[in-house]
Design a protein. Structure first.
Length: 292
């Protein structure tokens, strides 16, 4: 299987990109770019629009061909092409300061999106947030599927059962075969994308990195979550909550309150105007690395 060429090292003699385009404290709200899980769409973050702290706005990303009436799931063009398309899309939709959050498959897309922007010298997020996904060098499957062929070999009953066990299949869909068939088609397409992923060495993320996980997640282990430390150049945190894999849709897990705390602690609000950080310290937090 061909490894997608998503990033490349900076040419010799040139510094790695290490700060957002807009300095912390600049005018305007900070956008939280939200990337959803496999089989989902931007509606997964519907309730986030009014739940973020003052000075932050949620921007649920619409993957190409995913939102709106669909009768056949759109085939992904490949990870590298999809990331390029997302990069171009967000350049128009999010022109100012931003942070990025990816849930499950969305965390993988967020990671390679930032890598692409680092490689081309584009604007970087002030904070990288991920939930319920193994660190990139450890990731290789979702729902126990490790290859594209294995996705095709899964029958609908087995796939539906794995989704149900992971907490990702509403019971009412089991009684609506026509809806279930469409959902499973979308899930299969996203699983192929995740199964095709092969990690290639990439620069560490220069902004603070914080990951969330569920104590009862049957798919991603705590050790796989803590592996994100390997991809953080500076401040890193790992927070384990009382939930499962689908933390975004589990109010009792406490993801939103934890996310709000992390945003307000790490990203200066638009009113907190101060001197721009130096190139040596921009995007880096002086707080010590820690895990929870």
């Amino acid at each position: 299987m061909i490894t997608p060429a998503l990033t490349r090292p900076a040419p010799a003699g040139l510094p790695e990109p290490n700060r957002p385009t807009s300095p912390p404290g600049s005018a305007g709200p900070v956008t939280l770019v939200c990337l959803h899980h496999a089989g989902g769409n931007s509606s997964a973050f519907r309730e986030w629009r009014d739940a973020l702290p003052e000075g932050f706005v949620a921007h649920p990303v619409r993957l190409p061909g995913r939102d709106g009436p669909v009768t056949t799931p759109r085939r992904h063009p490949g990870l590298a092409a999809l990331v390029r398309e997302l990069d171009e899309q967000l350049a128009e939709e999010v022109p100012g300061r931003y942070a990025v959050f990816g849930h499950s498959m969305g965390a993988m897309l967020a990671f390679w999106l930032v890598q692409r922007r680092m490689a081309r010298g584009g604007p970087l997020p002030e904070l990288f947030l991920a939930a319920a996904y193994a660190a990139p060098h450890l990731a290789g499957s979702l729902l126990g599927v490790t290859s594209e062929d294995a996705v095709d070999a899964l029958d609908d009953v087995t796939l539906a059962e794995r989704l149900r066990a992971a907490g990702g299949l509403p019971a009412e869909l089991l009684a609506r075969p026509q809806w279930l068939r469409l959902l499973l088609g979308t899930v299969r397409e996203d699983l192929r994308l995740c199964a095709a992923h092969r990690y290639v060495a990439a620069p560490r993320l220069p902004m603070p990195v914080h990951v969330f996980g569920g104590r009862r997640d049957p798919i991603v282990s705590v050790e796989q979550l803590r592996g994100w430390r390997e991809h953080a150049a500076g401040d890193f945190g790992c927070e384990i909550l009382d939930g499962g894999h689908f933390l975004v849709q589990e109010p009792h897990a406490g993801l939103l309150p934890a996310l709000r705390r992390r945003l307000t602690r790490t990203v200066p609000g638009p009113q907190a105007v101060g001197p721009s950080p130096s190139p040596q310290t921009a995007g880096m937090s002086p707080a010590p690395t820690r895990t929870k």
